[in-house]
Design a protein around this ligand. Structure first.
Ligand SMILES: *[C@@H]1O[C@H](CO)[C@@H](O)[C@H](O)[C@H]1NC(C)=O
Length: 455
């Protein structure tokens, strides 16, 4: 006998104590989430049904449960772990900068014109030799799930951190703070919800999905009675935990679809985003937003020049918008409206607080943008933009035009070559792949086909 009974007893007691401490810690961490669950579960009947549905799926699912720490309890995939746990971000908002900010997270919301900004940010990254988080499989970094390590290509130089995260991902502050430098700026983008849903209807061909092709204005019809036309909750909900037609922008920003009717949670969430984001770009005021971005990040006019990408040349359906559709959609996608109105107003307030020469700077930016556009359509080798009150002199050349017009996929392909070893590339392109990567690949293929078509 090597160990005496007393020794074993001590070991046993210690183990119990350690386990208890770990468990307690876990409870503290999850308290915020549980509060949300409780209030949510006591909500409507429909919600109760949704929770039941999740219970049934149980452990039979061949896919790993990506909804997080389910702990064998009722956890709906619509609520991320730690949602509602009110964690202050690691750093306060950027108030003033003295030199260009080169660490940035851009939450690329769908169908908001965000590709235009995303490509501009890729250009900034390449120009400044920054480390960009590249999705393992384009074009999503984990989206529609919280980002995981296998969703991005590891940096070639493991000692160097990432600088930019600009592709589709679900906003999840904790995960992002683990991945990105603590002083990263956080930027998002929104557009008017009614124009947004119109774009979603067109791009994802929702009328076909909902068997509404026969209607003259399928969007108008849908908005009259969304519940009637809404597809029943899909069996593959776990793999598609969002709704195209309801609060889709809020989903990208991390708001759980299951809380669509909980306006207290929504209000609290919007306030939280207001604290955590340095700027929310509004598509309808893109130029104003970008000049504000320039000022917030100490960038130059050259940095914020952009080319418009993915603008649909024509919609498949006639979907004229009416005030009635607006008020109907407002009842259905309450959270998106709340979000949009909040950040539309705060953009406006920030601009009027700035006062001074802000409008003149925007006008100057628009003039420069148009001059560069004309230059890029021509054949001259170089053009100099003289110094202004707001910027030093700079020049553009053919290479700049090439970069301005390069698509997201060309940046991606260019960067992937520099970042990835051959071995990793062949892994990512799928030898010995399982069902999940096959599915993801198919999705990626679809997305990039679409992107090419639209681009
Ligand atoms: C957004 O802000 C602009 C400018 O203040 C305002 O004219 C517009 O009505 C706002 N839109 C919404 C939907 O709040």
């Amino acid at each position: 006998m090597k160990y005496s009974g007393a020794f074993l007893a001590v070991v046993g007691v210690c183990t119990v104590v350690i386990c208890a401490v770990l468990l307690l810690d876990r409870e503290t961490r999850e308290q915020g989430v549980n509060t949300v669950f409780t209030s949510w579960q006591s909500n409507t009947d429909e919600h109760a049904r949704l929770v039941e549905h999740e219970d049934e799926t149980g452990s039979q699912d061949p896919q790993p449960d990506r909804s997080g720490d389910d702990n064998g309890k009722k956890v709906d995939t619509g609520v991320w772990p730690y949602f509602g746990a009110d964690l202050p971000p690691d750093r306060p908002k950027l108030q003033t900068c003295t030199e260009p900010v080169k660490h940035l997270v851009f939450i690329k919301t769908h169908k908001t014109g965000s590709t235009t900004v995303c490509v501009m940010l890729y250009r900034f990254g390449v120009t400044n030799n920054l480390n960009i988080v590249l999705p393992s499989i384009p074009v999503n970094v984990g989206w529609p799930f919280p980002l995981r390590t296998e969703d991005y290509i590891p940096p070639k130089d493991a000692s160097r951190h990432f600088d930019l995260l600009v592709d589709h991902t679900v906003y999840h502050r904790r995960i992002m703070e683990n991945l990105m430098p603590a002083d990263s700026a956080y930027i998002a983008m929104l557009r008017h919800p009614l124009h947004h849903i119109k774009s979603v209807f067109n791009f994802y061909n929702i009328p076909k999905q909902l068997n509404m092709k026969a209607f003259k204005n399928p969007l108008e019809e849908f908005l009259k009675n969304p519940i009637k036309y809404q597809k029943p909750r899909q069996k593959d909900y776990k793999h598609k935990p969002f709704s195209f037609t309801r609060n889709f922008m809020a989903f990208d920003l991390g708001f759980p679809p299951g809380l669509a009717e909980d306006m207290n949670a929504a209000q609290a969430y919007v306030e939280r985003l207001d604290r955590e984001f340095d700027l929310v770009i509004i598509l309808e005021y893109l130029d104003e937003s970008l000049v504000l971005l320039k000022r917030t990040l100490c960038w130059t006019i050259k940095d914020i020049l952009y080319n418009v990408f993915n603008e649909a040349p024509m919609y498949r359906y006639e979907m004229d918008l009416t005030p009635e559709m607006d008020s109907n959609y407002r009842k259905w996608s309450k959270v998106d409206y709340l979000l949009y109105e909040h950040f539309n107003t705060s953009l406006r307030n920030r601009i009027s607080e700035l006062g001074g020469d802000f409008p003149q700077e925007v006008a100057h930016f628009v003039t420069v943008k148009n001059r560069v556009k004309t230059f890029c359509e021509g054949n001259d080798e170089q053009m100099v933009i003289p110094a202004s009150k707001w910027d030093k002199e700079f020049s553009v050349n053919r290479k700049f035009c090439f970069m301005l017009k390069s698509t997201r996929m060309s940046y991606y392909k260019y960067l992937v070559k520099g970042q990835v070893s051959k071995e990793l590339l062949s892994k990512a392109s799928g030898r010995g792949e399982n069902k999940k990567t096959q599915r993801k690949k198919k999705d990626a293929q679809l997305m990039s086909n679409r992107a090419t078509k639209q681009g």
